[in-house]
Design a binder for this molecule. Structure first.
Ligand code: FES
Length: 122
């Protein structure tokens, strides 16, 4: 049986500044996302919790397709959620849809499939 995928409005595209993170609560408010509009215009959403010691990634500096955690500077891909070497770890990534200038995050089945396979669920 397919899982329901819900679509949650996040912001208008124009409201998201480039290369700055936005903290967004979705679901029952239990899930916290970091949403980024990259320099190339792509919009990405990841779990707003660094795999190292839970730094707030939406407050990190963005460069290209990476965010640097404000706590200890881990470099994390906002595309696949992987920490870059020598650090090891991942954050969940979430699918994003843009329609009529509005940004939505897709939750449900897509969320479950978003953790890179080499990352453990510890
Ligand atoms: S908490 Fe993110 S690098 Fe340490």
């Amino acid at each position: 049986m397919e899982k329901l995928i819900s679509r949650v409005f996040i912001a208008k595209v124009d409201e998201l500044p480039k290369n700055l993170g936005k903290r967004v609560y979705v679901g029952d408010g239990n899930l916290e996302l970091a949403v980024f509009k990259l320099a190339n215009g792509d919009i990405r959403a990841i779990e707003n919790r660094c795999p190292h010691k839970a730094g707030v990634l939406s407050e990190g500096m963005v460069s290209g397709e990476y965010v640097f955690c404000p706590m200890h500077d881990w470099k994390i891909s906002v595309v696949d959620g992987k920490a870059q070497g020598p650090d090891v770890g991942c954050v969940k990534t979430f699918k994003v849809a843009v329609e009529d200038g509005e940004v939505y995050v897709l939750l449900g089945e897509a969320e479950e499939a978003s953790l890179p396979s080499e990352c453990s669920h510890s």
